[in-house]
Design a protein around this ligand. Structure first.
Ligand SMILES: [Mn+2]
Length: 369
């Protein structure tokens, strides 16, 4: 059997919204023709309460799949336990099967696949959560696939609370599929796959790599990456020495126009580094509006740049603001409250004051009875 695996389409992603729809659709249509089932490892939507327009587009896109889709939710879609997340909502109206701490079986021509999915959980609980749900999984002689959406210790510089490949390797699965990381990565001799996102989200150099999906062959237990057509992304670097503003502007313009000649719709990042002429300030350099051109201005920042790089490489920089906030809240509340769960409270606080109040009142009632 052939299994198509993709992740992180981030439908509705504001900066490149149309790309998010078009590229996800290409993956689904293409994968439908080449595989018996499709797996999506989370972050189907960019936010947990998407616009109705985004939900409508998502339904239209997923309806184009001619084969069953199995999906989990990602960190962008995570909500408190008794609330509905957008993947769950999408699953209720399309041919998607939502997996969360649960399994599904797919059979074709006498061959059987067992899928087990766990949607995103806060990183520091990931191993505990997996240990709690995996005993529910009874492996037989079929091909067993685990689908998760987490960060991975060995792949995140300075990581320590994240799931490790070392642990994942011990689990009783033939294949482990992970979302969350937007880069395409294969590990554990092909037993661990990260398909990466289908849309550019971070404007980083490694995002110039092709976007697409994996096809996993259950017979050979091998996979190959199938790129799909996406908007071209260029990441260029210009280094200056004692440069004037005119010179810098001229070189940037030449670079941008050179690329735009052959790729008029390309997304372009130009990293501008090096030293300015004496007396000039980095903030004096103004580069006017080209569409989809982003200037990463590092001029006269060699010391600062080194500092930024250092910060970037710390664990903190690799956590989302949300993860940091949740952890802070948990630390502050630990041992002080027994009435509610800090993670649930956090979700409610994000929903709004009324939801928080309703949640607290409900917990109070439960506690009181
Ligand atoms: Mn993501």
């Amino acid at each position: 059997m052939k299994i198509a695996i993709f992740s992180d389409p981030h439908l509705g992603y504001a900066r490149f919204e149309e790309d998010s729809y078009v590229q996800a659709e290409r993956v689904i249509v293409n994968a439908s023709e080449n595989a018996d089932i499709i797996i999506c490892a989370g972050d189907i939507f960019d936010i947990k309460i998407p616009k109705l327009e985004t939900i409508k587009r998502a339904i239209e896109i997923f309806k184009k799949a001619k084969v069953p889709i199995y999906a989990i939710h990602g960190n962008h879609e995570r909500r408190a336990k008794e609330m509905v997340n957008p993947v769950q909502l999408l699953a209720s109206g399309t041919n998607i099967k939502w997996l969360h701490g649960s399994d599904a079986v797919f059979e074709k021509d006498g061959e059987k696949i067992q899928l087990f999915g766990m949607g995103s959980v806060p990183e520091e609980y990931a191993e505990t959560a997996l240990k709690a749900v995996i005993p529910k999984f009874k492996k037989d002689n079929s091909v067993a696939i685990l689908v998760i959406h987490q960060s991975i210790r060995e792949l995140v510089p300075g990581g320590k609370d994240e799931l490790s490949l070392e642990y994942l390797e011990t689990l009783p699965f033939d294949l482990i599929v992970n979302g969350h990381i937007h880069e395409t990565i294969t590990k554990l001799d092909g037993r661990f796959l990260i398909p990466g996102s289908t849309v550019i989200t971070q404007l980083k150099k490694d995002e110039t790599a092709p976007k697409g999906y994996y096809i996993y062959d259950t017979k050979s237990k091998a996979s190959r990456f199938i790129p799909v057509e996406t908007r071209k992304f260029f990441y260029e670097e210009l280094v200056f020495d004692q440069a004037s503003e005119i010179e810098i502007r001229k070189q940037i313009r030449e670079k941008v126009e050179g690329i735009k000649k052959s790729h008029p719709n390309a997304i372009i990042v130009i990293k501008v580094d090096g030293k300015l002429k004496e007396g000039l300030n980095s903030s004096d350099i103004r580069i006017d509006g080209y569409e989809n051109v982003f200037i990463d201005n590092r001029l006269n920042e060699e010391n600062l740049a080194a500092k930024i790089e250092k910060i970037k490489n710390t664990r903190e920089a690799n956590l989302s603001v949300r993860e940091i906030a949740l952890r802070e809240l948990k630390t502050k509340l630990d041992g002080r409250i027994v009435l509610f769960d800090s993670a649930d409270l956090f979700e409610k606080l994000l929903e709004g004051p009324e939801e928080t109040l309703a949640y607290l009142e409900k917990q109070d009632k439960i506690k009181g009875t």
